[in-house]
Ligand binder design. Structure first.
Ligand SMILES: Nc1ncnc2c1ncn2[C@@H]1O[C@H](COP(=O)(O)OP(=O)(O)O)[C@@H](O)[C@H]1O
Ligand SMILES: [Mg+2]
Length: 576
């Protein structure tokens, strides 16, 4: 009920159109209801009382009523369709905007396929509720009540006979709704699960093929698909059983009414015209009962879908900027980690991290995989909130910064370079769409990407595939570096972003970066000593803790983990 109320509240902007549609519906129902009454008049006045001059106006009336009915029904249908399409558009837009506000944490927990199935199937389900179910429910309710009143005005005895069956129908419907609801919920869940599997397998198809796991994936897919089939069939089974049952029940009304009215006519309690007229209402009275299963079916279906969508909408963005958020126009790039502790869902990842990056300094972070390097740098853009300690940029706690201006000043080259299926030029100027080609080329040059782009068939206009398909790992990384350089950030983060680039090119990139990013604070995560040795501060992370810190020289002197790494890399280089 709460869900339906919420949908109705969201329909407020369409109030005018809805009222109009409902009025038209009243016209439709009224014209339908009046027809048997006219028939009664034809039988009683024209046929029985031989008033043949009445035939012409009565027939004209029937014709006019039919025309009014058809026209109103058409306009009403169009109105409902428009309202529902607009509502779906609204909801889709709002949900998408909301999804953009959701923090990284949300995407860690929800798969793309699941979200997609909500945005398509479930959204359409809710639209159906407005376009058909509401409309249908209103239509049938009016029809039922209206025909009851008309019938009552003709003969209360016949009406009572018909009504005898309704309590049974009400009870049946209640039970049906209770059974079908959990089934629909399972159906929607399974749809999302199947979509997730399909989406993931398609995205990772090259891995599936490389490891010859086609048969395995197919089997898994089949299992999910079968589950979907089973749920669908189960729901259909329940529904199909219910429909004939309701049909029989409502059909019972016809013989009851016919026999009853025949007896009443024979006893001279009603005239022959009333008998014919009453018969005309039987269908109008019983059809809503028959339709009840349909309505319950579609309403329940839509409500379960709406619940899923509203669940997303209600997930508040956990990362919010304060009311009086303040962020300087341009950062100096002074970053201070003060006893920072962070965990993902109670799994501690960073413990008591304290260090300072003065404006313009380069901070290098080294450590084994899983030691928390990437996590540490994602905290800068406040993609996650820390649990203990403070992290300040230019003296302001990141929690007090305005989010967008904060992120706009951080050039982030993530560990996995993600490119959009767009031209290389547009990928490079993604953070600054107004940039002209000269700037794009300049950034590409810094990232040492100019040469390979010039060799591409359409140069900068070459369209790369989804996630950068068609480029090598090192090429993708260089486009990603160019993209970060493009926005001329105050803080640059390079998360293992030259791992797929050869040492010589890496050296060239570093030289160029040093030139363009003078006075910019840079965080470099790398494994090669050559990438970090010129840093102002090198941090060695181990299980989320800083175990060594200092410059290259200082760390060599210390003779710890760093010294060991230097020795290892030297000896392997000599061997080569
Ligand atoms: N989004 C996430 N949700 C939960 N745990 C994560 C997430 N990202 C990383 N982790 C965990 O945090 C730890 C540190 O990961 P990460 O910062 O990526 O390390 P590194 O970059 O040093 O390899 C790992 O144990 C990893 O499993
Ligand atoms: Mg990492």
């Amino acid at each position: 009920m709460e869900t339906i109320k919420r949908i109705l509240r969201a329909l407020k902007p369409y109030r005018g159109k809805i009222v109009l549609a409902m009025l038209l519906q009243l016209v439709v129902i009224f014209t339908r209801l009046i027809s048997p009454y006219v028939t009664k008049r034809v039988v009683n006045d024209v046929i029985t009382a031989h008033q043949y001059d009445m035939l012409y106006p009565l027939c004209t009336m029937i014709l006019v009523l039919a025309l009014a009915r058809v026209t109103s029904a058409f306009v009403r249908g169009m109105l409902y369709e428009r309202i529902s399409q607009n509502y779906a558009w609204d909801l889709r837009t709002r949900l998408y905007a909301h999804l953009e506000d959701m923090p990284h944490e949300f995407y860690d927990k929800h798969r793309v396929g699941e979200i997609m199935s909500r945005m398509t199937g479930d959204l359409d389900g809710v639209r159906g509720l407005i376009a058909y179910a509401f409309n249908n429910a209103f239509d049938n309710a009016l029809c039922f009540v209206g025909s009851l009143i008309f019938m009552l005005s003709m003969s209360w005895q016949v009406t009572l006979m018909v009504l005898a069956v309704t309590p049974i129908i009400a009870l049946m419907s209640y039970r049906f709704r209770k059974t079908i609801r959990p089934l629909f919920r399972e159906m929607r869940e399974q749809n999302a699960a199947l979509n997730t599997r399909t989406q993931e397998n398609l995205a990772g198809m090259h891995v599936v093929k490389a490891f010859v796991r086609e048969d395995h994936e197919e089997k898994q897919f089949k299992a999910e698909n079968r589950k979907k089939l089973e749920y669908d069939l189960k729901a259909t089974w329940v529904w199909s059983n219910f429909v004939p049952f309701m049909d029989v029940l409502s059909s019972l009304c016809t013989p009851i009414t016919l026999v009853g009215s025949a007896i009443l006519t024979a006893m001279d309690m009603i005239d022959i015209g009333t008998l014919v007229g009453v018969t005309g209402y039987i269908w109008m009275l019983t059809n809503p009962m028959r339709q009840l299963s349909n309505i319950i079916n579609s309403v329940t279906h839509a409500v379960t879908s709406a619940e899923k969508l509203f669940y997303y909408e209600d997930l508040g963005a956990s990362i919010k900027e304060p009311q009086n958020a303040r962020t300087p126009e341009t950062f100096r790039g002074h970053v201070v980690f003060d006893h920072v502790t962070f965990s993902y869902d109670n799994q501690p990842v960073l413990k008591d991290i304290t260090f300072e990056a003065k404006p313009g300094q380069t901070i290098a972070i080294m450590g084994a995989t899983g030691s928390g390097k990437s996590t540490l740098v994602t905290l800068l853009g406040r993609f996650y909130d820390i649990q203990k300690g403070t992290l300040t940029i230019d003296g302001i706690d990141v929690k007090k910064h305005a989010l967008k201006p904060l992120r706009r000043q951080i050039g982030y080259v993530a560990q996995e370079s993600f490119l959009f299926s767009d031209t290389i030029a547009d990928n490079i100027r993604y953070g600054k769409p107004t940039a002209d080609m000269k700037d794009v080329e300049k950034s590409a040059k810094v990232a040492q990407a100019k040469e390979f782009i010039d060799h591409m068939p359409s140069g900068y206009e070459t369209v790369v595939g989804e996630r950068g398909l068609g480029l090598s790992g090192g090429q993708k990384q260089r486009v990603a570096i160019a993209r970060a350089v493009m926005i001329d950030p105050a803080i640059l983060i390079l998360d293992d972003s030259t791992s797929a680039v050869d040492m010589e090119t890496e050296y060239l990139i570093q030289q160029e970066l040093k030139e363009v990013l003078k006075n910019r604070t840079t965080f470099v995560i790398a494994h090669r000593i050559s990438s970090v040795k010129n840093a102002d501060l090198i941090l060695i992370l181990k299980d989320g803790e800083i175990v060594e810190r200092g410059t290259h020289k200082e760390l060599i002197k210390q003779g710890g983990i760093y010294k060991q790494m230097v020795d290892d890399q030297m000896s392997s280089a000599v061997k080569v």
